[in-house]
Write a protein that binds this ligand. Structure first.
Ligand SMILES: Cc1cc2nc3c(=O)[nH]c(=O)nc-3n(C[C@H](O)[C@H](O)[C@H](O)COP(=O)(O)OP(=O)(O)OC[C@H]3O[C@@H](n4cnc5c(N)ncnc54)[C@H](O)[C@@H]3O)c2cc1C
Length: 349
């Protein structure tokens, strides 16, 4: 482990991993610290989808985020020798005539088999969709970081972090760095600098199901998403709930998912697994990043919500450029905007 990292990153989920890579690409020395209990990234389906939700709307800043994600993941695949980024066409089936009316793009026959799916209202194909194998990406990255002495397992107590004018001291690890970045995902215990920013976190539950006879290779969306894992096994997700924010699956979550899956599928299925995690939502679909205005030795990268795979490469790059060269943070994602809302004291330029 490097005793003199320039940057300490707390958390090795999608946020911390992308930030570490974007700093390493700039030739910086980093130390990534994770307690190893597994955040929500380890359970993410890794879907990268251009058009989502009941509003059938294009994903926020899709045209710049999607190419940035592909370029980034391809580069990390080359550096680690692992394969985890898979561009794959996905399909969306309309659940109602209303939903169909809301969509203005090309639609028609998407080749969804009528004996497999309830495709009465038609749908559309999303050729630009992709899937990130999140566990493989995180593991390959961790192995790489470990091999260069840039990773350690520890449960860092934020109260034992001491920023000064020029450095930040992490006594628990015996290191002093130029900047420490909190990439902790949903962390209700907070930290002394960014802890006042309220989460609007949403618990998400998903199922793993076996559907004998279903050979669809594309991710299919209709009320739920159904993502193939191979051998007639599929992942189905996900619920949104703002109560009981923990990783415990609920009977209500399972009932909801099974109900929605029955509306999509014409085939019987068997539930193999049921899991839950909490999405770190702060500003809706907008991430939150930047240095603390009064303690600039500490920084924040969070709020990836339900789109960490798509958002993290682009915004980790923006944050790394800011931390290394004073690059600009977009005001709508600037952590000062969010701190300002809480305290009314800090005004982003
Ligand atoms: C059911 C479900 C399905 C999802 N599906 C998708 C999807 O298809 N596509 C997509 O893009 N996104 C999806 N998401 C969202 C995605 O999971 C998140 O956007 C993303 O994982 C957030 O990453 P993060 O790094 O901010 O947080 P996390 O993954 O939670 O990472 C935070 C890390 O910080 C570590 N940590 C925290 N505190 C400390 C400490 N004090 N010391 C040391 N380590 C610490 C934790 O151990 C953890 O590893 C889904 C989420 C859910 C719940």
């Amino acid at each position: 482990m490097s005793a003199h990292p320039e940057f300490v990153i707390v958390g090795q989920g999608l946020a911390g991993t992308a930030l570490a890579w974007q700093l390493l690409r700039r030739g910086r020395k980093v130390l990534v610290v994770d307690r190893g209990s597994g955040g929500c990234s380890r359970l993410a389906a890794g879907l990268i989808t251009p058009i989502t939700g009941k509003r059938v709307a294009k994903s926020w800043r899709w045209d710049e985020l999607r190419p940035a994600a592909e370029t980034f993941y391809r580069e990390i695949e080359t550096r680690t020798g692992a394969t985890f980024f898979h561009p794959r066409e996905a399909i969306r089936l309309f659940a109602t005539a209303n939903e169909r009316a809301r969509y203005s793009g090309p639609d028609g026959d998407v080749g969804a088999r009528g004996d497999w799916f309830n495709a009465a209202f038609g749908g559309f194909v999303m050729p630009e969709a992709a899937r990130l194998d999140v566990p493989r990406y995180l593991e390959a990255s961790r192995e790489y970081f470990r091999a260069i002495g840039a990773f350690c397992t520890a449960d860092l107590d934020p109260k034992q972090i001491e920023p000064t004018t020029a450095t930040v001291r992490v006594t628990q690890l015996g290191v002093e760095a130029q900047t420490l970045a909190f990439c902790r995902g949903f962390a209700p215990d907070g930290d002394p600098w960014f802890g006042a920013i309220p989460f609007r976190a949403a618990k998400g539950e998903f199922l793993t199901v076996w559907v004998p006879g279903l050979a669809e290779q594309r991710v299919t969306h209709r009320g739920v998403w159904l993502a193939p894992l191979g051998d007639e096994v599929f992942r189905v997700g996900a619920t949104y709930s703002w109560h009981q924010l923990d990783g415990v699956p609920t009977a209500a979550g399972r009932t909801e998912l099974e109900g929605r899956l029955r509306e999509l599928l014409r085939l019987p299925f068997e539930v193999i697994e049921h899991r839950a995690a909490v999405r770190p939502i702060i500003g809706g679909s907008v991430p939150v990043l930047g240095r603390h205005p009064d303690s600039p030795r500490v920084a924040f990268f969070n709020g990836l919500g339900s789109k960490g795979s798509l958002l993290s490469p682009f915004f980790a790059n923006q944050l790394a450029a800011h931390l290394c060269d004073g690059g600009k943070i977009d005001p709508e994602v600037d952590v000062r905007t969010f701190l300002n809302r809480v305290s009314g004291l800090h005004n982003p330029e």
